[in-house]
Design a protein around this ligand. Structure first.
Ligand SMILES: NC(=O)c1ccc[n+]([C@@H]2O[C@H](COP(=O)([O-])OP(=O)(O)OC[C@H]3O[C@@H](n4cnc5c(N)ncnc54)[C@H](O)[C@@H]3O)[C@@H](O)[C@H]2O)c1
Length: 340
């Protein structure tokens, strides 16, 4: 019997250089994870959510800790957990809202084999899931996009959307803290060479947009149905950000994991389901079914499509698993004694 065990510790720099920085690779991971999840080669229990305060408004001010365990099969074949803290006031002391730790567990012995930072991993994989939605659900010649929320997630949403649709040339960004939108516009237009404009009144810009992405910490809807043009893709990547009428406009409603969305009960479609305004039958597909060819994605330029992703721990586990295997090959990381 082995009585000495070590855990590999990966810092932010190490995990990012090994796996998270390359968005094309993370998008490949997400396409595989969503496909494997649809094939049943994954386990993804509902998130355990520990919110501070009593209401969504409290949670969006005071924060929460979420535990997201899972197992992802296929070439990943790894179990583990994402442990994510969110504290929206962190920006006041120069820290990100979300900070993440990922633990990998061997799927046979269940023993922990790695502990890694997952902060950038989380932002990159959320952007990458958005990019996969853009790939399968937006019009092929998409040129114009509006993003709400100029925080960590908006940057990776843009990065992945531009990889999925290089035809995007015009981007509008809105944030309640306008200076954040301006910073985003300056940084991103320089980085990607596309026209990025900060806008205070987003309605008229949404009306021109092929893709509308929300990644805010708003707890009341900020996108309205009369702003949505026919053929648009609406992407609700956080909470209650689109009105119910936006969902009613959609010819197709596509999600990442409908069971987890209903359990989390925080996004527009989840709240509509909770109030009896939509049923299970109104969900057109989980995106893995589209990736696996069981259901069609976008079928023509006139379809208006609604996408909502709650996010799954298996997405983070997949990226960190790729980093962990490379780290072992390259001798990167710090081996920490576990059982001495
Ligand atoms: N679906 C997923 O898998 C997934 C993964 C990670 C994060 N998220 C969600 O994405 C959201 C954003 O995360 P982040 O890390 O970028 O946070 P962040 O704090 O870095 O950025 C959020 C931004 O939203 C802005 N904002 C708040 N209310 C707004 C409003 N009414 N209109 C416009 N902008 C508004 C804030 O000013 C801030 O700039 C969070 O709600 C988070 O839970 C989802």
């Amino acid at each position: 019997m082995t009585n000495k065990l070590e855990i590999l510790f990966l810092s932010d720099k190490q995990v990012n250089e090994l796996a998270a920085n390359n968005m094309s690779e993370v998008m490949h991971d997400m396409e595989r994870v969503l496909s494997l999840f649809d094939s049943g080669d994954a386990m993804c229990p509902d998130k355990a959510v520990m919110p501070w305060g009593k209401t969504i408004e409290d949670e969006n001010t005071l924060g929460r800790l979420n535990a997201m365990p899972g197992y992802i099969g296929g070439e990943y074949d790894m179990a583990g957990i994402k442990w994510i803290g969110s504290s929206p006031q962190n920006y006041k002391i120069g820290l990100p809202r979300a900070t993440v730790l990922v633990i990998l567990n061997d799927p046979i012995t269940k023993i922990p084999v790695a502990i890694s930072d997952g902060t950038t991993v989380s932002a990159k994989r959320t952007g990458a899931v958005g990019g996969i939605a853009v790939k399968y659900l937006s019009v092929k010649n998409a040129t114009t996009m509006t993003i709400f929320g100029a925080g960590a997630q908006s940057r990776t949403q843009l990065e992945a959307a531009l990889l999925a649709r290089p035809s995007i040339k015009t981007v509008y960004i809105n944030d309640v803290m306008f200076e954040r939108a301006e910073t985003f516009a300056n940084e991103m237009s320089e980085k990607y060479g596309v026209a990025v404009t900060a806008v205070k009144e987003p309605g008229e810009y949404c009306k021109k947009s092929d893709i509308i992405i929300t990644v805010t910490i708003a707890s009341e809807p900020i996108v309205h149905a009369d702003w949505i043009k026919k053929g648009a893709l609406m992407m609700n990547m956080a909470d209650y950000e689109f009105t119910d009428d936006c969902v009613r406009l959609a010819d197709k409603i596509v999600v990442d994991n409908w069971k987890n969305i209903k359990h989390r009960k925080i996004s527009t479609v989840a709240l509509m389901y909770d109030r009896g305004l939509i049923t299970d039958g109104d969900i057109t597909a989980q995106i893995g079914e589209i990736i696996n060819g069981k259901k069609p994605g976008r079928e023509n330029n006139n379809e208006t499509i609604y996408f909502n992703a709650v996010g799954m721990g298996i997405e983070d586990i997949a990226v960190v698993t790729r980093a962990y295997r490379k780290a072992l090959e390259q001798g990167v990381g710090t081996k920490v004694p576990y059982w001495e």
